[in-house]
Design a binder for this molecule. Structure first.
Ligand SMILES: Nc1ncnc2c1ncn2[C@@H]1O[C@H](COP(=O)(O)OP(=O)(O)OP(=O)(O)O)[C@@H](O)[C@H]1O
Length: 216
């Protein structure tokens, strides 16, 4: 699914990733942990090609990432962020539908899947609300639905619970774990939280000194 070999990334003269090796199998769930500034977001940005300037090899589903058209890459991947990144002037349903619209889908194709997922995450009754009318946990659930709408094979999450209180963070992580099973989507979740990692046993990669290693 994802394979990085000898990946290095410099910001100016500063090496953030150095000869990094990493892999994530199809349908796998893994955490990525590491101190602030260790390069976790940089690694995710390489995977969704927000950063294109690196050395080494990154393969997604067996293809070198540079050879995958961006459009195709975005279809294969859903992404969620700490700050939810919802559009304030659009309703819940409109925010979700956008993910399908950018892939050229019609409303008839989008609506059943959007409704199914919104119902699954308990937001059916809030589909006509605007993000400001929702709690943080609800907004993150909208972002999760938007990320899963196109049935990606991989979900990347950069500190998805970083803006949530402890109890809501647990709820959101529980939901991600359940959706991982139900939708058979591989997930790579960046988190600082030892509590979450203890509560949801899963493979954990630790980033340190520009490299990642599997946590024993
Ligand atoms: N565009 C950039 N230009 C220069 N330096 C950058 C840039 N983006 C990130 N950095 C630096 O690279 C290092 C790694 O940043 P990154 O955001 O990947 O770390 P992180 O592990 O995700 O941190 P955090 O947990 O605080 O979000 C940091 O020292 C950061 O200041």
């Amino acid at each position: 699914m994802i394979r990085l070999q000898g990946v290095s990334k410099l910001y100016g003269q500063r090496a953030i990733l150095q000869n990094l090796q990493f892999h994530l199998g199809a349908g796998e769930f893994a955490f990525l942990q590491g101190r602030s500034g260790s390069g976790k977001s940089t690694l995710l940005k390489l995977l969704y090609r927000d950063i294109e300037d690196f050395s080494g090899q990154i393969e997604i589903n067996g293809a070198p990432i540079r050879q995958i058209p961006k459009y195709e890459l975005r279809r294969q991947m859903g992404i969620i962020f700490q700050s939810f990144e919802l559009l304030e002037r659009k309703t819940v349903m409109e925010n979700v539908a956008l993910a399908g619209e950018v892939m050229g889908k019609t409303w008839e194709q989008i609506e059943p899947e959007a409704s199914r997922l919104l119902e699954r995450v308990g937001l059916k009754g809030l589909k006509d609300c605007f993000p400001k009318q929702l709690s943080g946990g609800e907004q993150q659930r909208v972002a999760i639905v938007r990320a899963l709408l196109n049935r990606p094979s991989l979900l990347l999450a950069d500190e998805p619970t970083g803006n949530l209180d402890n109890e809501t963070a647990l709820d959101v992580m529980r939901l991600l774990k359940e959706l991982h099973e139900e939708e058979q989507t591989a997930m790579l979740i960046v988190t600082h939280s030892d509590t979450l990692i203890e509560q949801f046993p899963a493979k954990t990669w630790v980033m340190e000194n520009g490299q990642v290693r599997e946590h024993e």
